[in-house]
Design a protein around this ligand. Structure first.
Ligand code: PLP
Ligand code: LYS
Length: 433
C-alpha cells in the first residue's frame, strides 16, 4: 500500500484503498454512490486532538460536533474514544443516546431549541444545555419548574469576532444569529438571569467563531475576549466559570491548496493562550472544551460514484456526470466548496482533460468539482472524491427523489454498512397507496 496524498492510499492492484478495503470491492458490494470512511483515520485524528491536553495535564473535553456526520456507529466510535458530543436537535439527541453516548457527555446547542426538544434533553439529564437566547431561558425554566428538576447550562456568547471563512459559516460576529451579544451587554443580562434562576446551574461560557478556519489567530482572539469577559464577570457577578468552551471550526484539507494546521498544533496554541490569559487575569483555570466536527469526520471519508454520461462542446466545456451530486454533497453549490476527483481504479493515471464533474440532479448548479484534471473517463468508471466525510451525508437530501447513498465504515480490510442506502419506498414517508 502506498499513499499519493494524505487521504489517498493505493493497494497492490493499483486501486484506491479505504481502511484496507479495495474501493472497487466496496462498489461491488454496496453499489454507488457510497460514502466510505477510514475508521483508523477518525481514531488517529481524535488522538491528535486529545494529545496536547493530555501532555499539558489539563482538565479538558473534546466534544464531537455531530452535525458533521451523525450515525449510530459514529456516536459509538467517538464515545468509545472518550469524547463527548454536541447535538443541535431532538433528532441528533435521539441518535446520540441510541448510539450509546453517555447522556452526561452530551451538550445541546441551537438558536431555536423547541420546547419539546428541551424537555427531551431535561428528561435524559444530558451534561449541559448551551443556552443561546432569552426565549430559550424562559422555555427551559418552565420545563424545569414543571418537572421539578434542574440542569447544567453553559452560556453561549457572540464575542464579536469576524472569522476568516465563508460568510455562511461565520458565527462569532456581532450580527450572528447565535448566542448572546457581548458588545451590547446582552450577555451580561443573560448571565444575571441565569444566576438568579435556582434551577439552572451555570457551569461556564461558550463561543464558536465559525467553521473551516485555517488560522489559529481567530481562536486566540476568542480566548482573549472570553477571558476578558470572565474577568469582568468575576468582579461584577462573583461568577467563576468551570468551563471555557471555545467551539469547533478547525479547518480541514479538501484539495492540495488547503493547508490546515494539524489538530495538535491548534490545541497546543489554544492551551498556551488560555493558560497565559487566565494567569494574567488571576482566575482559576477552567476546563477547556473544544467541539471539532469537520476535523474529525471530514478527511476520513471518500465518496465513490459511477460515471455515466458526458457532454463535450469542443473548446467550450467537458462535463462528466456521475450517479450522485448535490443530493449527497450540497457544499459546492452552497459554499462554492472545492474538491478533487480521481479514478478509483487508476488514482495515479495521467491527467488528460480538464472537466466539470456534475451530478444527475435537475439543476445547473449541481456541480461536484469544477476544473477536475482527469484521464479520459468512460461510462462505468468509478470516480472518487476524497474529504467528503463532513457535512455531506448530514446535509444530504432526496431531491428529485434520488435516494440518499449508503455509508460504510472500513477498518483493517473489513467494511461494515453503517447506513443503508435509502430506497424509493423509504422516500415516500407515507402509508397511502
Ligand atoms: C457551536 C458549534 N460547535 C461546533 C461546530 C463544529 O464546527 P466544525 O465542524 O467546523 O468543527 C459548529 C459548526 O460550525 C457549531 O456551530
Ligand atoms: N455545513 C457547513 C458548516 C456549518 C457548521 C455549522 N455551524 C459546511 O459544510 O461547511
Amino acid at each position: 500500500m502506498t499513499r499519493i496524498a494524505d487521504t489517498v492510499a493505493i493497494n497492490q492492484a493499483g486501486h484506491l484503498e479505504i481502511g484496507g478495503v479495495d474501493s472497487l470491492k466496496l462498489v461491488k458490494e454496496f453499489g454507488t454512490p457510497v460514502i466510505a470512511y477510514d475508521v483508523k483515520r477518525i481514531k488517529t485524528t481524535i488522538k491528535h486532538f486529545k494529545q496536547a491536553f493530555e501532555t499539558a495535564g489539563l482538565p479538558y473535553r473534546v466534544t464531537y460536533a455531530s452535525k458533521a456526520f451523525s450515525a449510530l456507529a459514529m456516536y459509538r466510535l467517538v464515545a468509545d474514544a472518550g469524547l463527548g458530543c454536541d447535538v443541535v436537535s431532538g433528532g441528533e439527541l435521539y441518535a446520540a443516546l441510541k448510539g450509546g453516548m453517555p447522556p452526561e457527555r452530551i451538550e445541546f446547542h441551537g438558536n431555536n431549541k423547541l420546547p419539546a426538544e428541551l424537555a427531551m434533553a431535561v428528561d435524559a439529564q444530558i451534561g449541559c444545555i448551551v443556552v443561546d437566547n432569552f426565549q430559550e431561558i424562559q422555555f427551559l425554566d418552565q420545563i424545569l419548574q414543571e418537572k421539578k428538576t434542574e440542569i447544567s447550562v453553559v452560556l453561549r456568547v457572540a464575542p464579536g469576532i469576524e472569522a476568516e471563512t465563508h460568510r455562511y459559516i461565520s458565527t462569532g460576529q456581532q450580527n450572528s444569529k447565535f448566542g448572546f451579544d457581548v458588545l451590547s451587554g446582552q450577555a451580561d443580562r443573560a448571565l444575571q438571569e441565569l444566576l438568579n434562576n435556582p434551577r439552572m446551574k451555570v457551569r461556564g461560557v461558550h463561543c464558536h467563531i465559525g467553521s473551516q478556519i485555517f488560522a489559529v489567530n481567530g481562536f486566540l482572539m476568542a480566548v482573549d475576549k472570553m477571558v476578558e469577559l470572565l474577568q469582568k464577570w468575576q468582579q461584577q457577578f462573583d461568577f467563576t466559570a468551570e468551563i471555557l468552551n471555545l467551539g469547533g471550526g478547525f479547518g480541514t484539507k479538501y484539495t492540495e491548496a488547503d493547508q490546515p494546521l494539524p489538530p495538535e498544533e491548534f490545541t497546543t496554541k489554544i492551551i498556551t493562550e488560555v493558560k497565559q490569559r487566565i494567569k494574567n487575569a488571576q482566575l482559576p483555570l477552567p476546563e477547556i472544551w473544544i467541539e471539532p466536527g469537520r476535523a474529525i469526520a471530514g478527511e476520513a471519508a471518500t465518496t465513490l460514484y459511477t460515471v455515466g454520461s458526458r457532454k463535450d462542446v469542443e473548446g467550450v466545456c467537458h462535463f462528466v456526470a456521475v450517479d450522485g451530486g448535490m443530493g449527497d454533497n450540497i457544499r459546492p453549490a452552497l459554499y462554492q466548496a472545492k474538491y478533487e476527483a480521481f479514478l478509483a481504479s487508476r488514482p495515479q493515471a495521467l491527467d488528460e482533460q480538464i472537466v466539470t464533474v456534475v451530478g444527475k440532479y435537475c439543476e445547473s448548479g449541481d456541480i461536484l468539482v469544477k476544473g477536475a484534471a482527469l484521464p479520459i473517463t468512460h461510462p462505468g468508471d468509478i470516480l472518487a472524491i476524497p474529504s467528503t466525510g463532513a457535512y455531506g451525508y448530514t446535509m444530504a437530501s432526496n431531491y428529485n427523489r434520488n435516494p440518499r447513498p449508503a455509508v460504510v465504515f472500513c477498518e483493517d480490510g473489513k467494511a461494515q454498512l453503517i447506513i443503508r442506502r435509502e430506497t424509493y419506498a423509504d422516500m415516500l414517508n407515507c402509508d397511502l397507496t
